[in-house]
Design a protein around this ligand. Structure first.
Ligand code: ADP
Length: 190
């Protein structure tokens, strides 16, 4: 089983690339952002709980995220691989993921980070705000999400570097070129 973590700041293009990688390899794409947005849209108990937090650009609690991921792994117990997009986002989540995988006799295979400069990130997120009307894509909230990334998520780089699992790829350019680069890294050619 190949367990890929697609890593990077909001706006780096994780979602777009995760879908393509999952499709190519027949792996399960897990976007915690998509899962949470669906819960909000369907006004489930969980959705009602996380709506305000998400709209402010803050992180949803580790506890909830870990619960969600446990149920994802249970549901796809015979998958050939996973592309995790948006999880883990904190050190607690990363440690919980290691434990979850351990119980399945699995490990994180690779953490692949999309490298995009901050000005480009903000531009992309604001453009998405206009196009898709995501409530968490307004300027203040976008800045907040970047702050959350720097405070809570970026430290994971050292965690995974320590395990020699971390690799980086340039995330600017055409979607297809970036995809090709990512595929090469996954296949160990770069
Ligand atoms: P982004 O474009 O910022 O990467 P996502 O679509 O992945 O956004 O996530 C949107 C929002 O969902 C986040 O800002 C956060 O509130 C919540 N969220 C998603 N994944 C997590 C996570 N692993 N831990 C905490 N909150 C999360």
């Amino acid at each position: 089983m190949f367990n890929l973590i697609l890593f990077g700041p909001p706006g780096a293009g994780k979602g777009t690339q995760a879908i393509k990688i999952a499709e190519k390899n027949n792996w399960v794409h897990v976007s915690t952002g998509d899962i949470l947005r669906m819960e909000v849209k369907q006004e489930t108990t969980l959705g009602l709980k996380v709506k305000a937090v998400m709209e402010a650009g803050h992180l949803v609690s580790d506890e909830l995220l870990i619960e969600i991921m446990e149920s994802v792994f249970r549901k796809h117990s015979s998958a050939g691989g996973f592309v995790l997009d948006g999880f883990p986002r904190t050190l607690n989540q990363a440690k919980a993921l290691d434990k979850m995988l351990e119980t399945l006799r699995q490990k994180v295979s690779l953490v692949l980070s999309l490298d995009v400069n901050e000005t480009e990130l903000v531009n992309r997120l604001l453009k998405r705000a206009q196009e898709q009307g995501r409530k968490d894509d307004t300027e203040d909230v976008v800045r907040n999400r970047l702050v959350q990334y720097h405070q809570h998520t970026r430290p994971l780089i050292d965690y995974y570097k320590g395990q020699k699992l971390f690799k980086e790829a340039f995330g600017e350019g055409s979607v297809d070129d970036i995809f090709l680069t990512l595929c090469n890294v996954i296949e160990g050619k770069e």
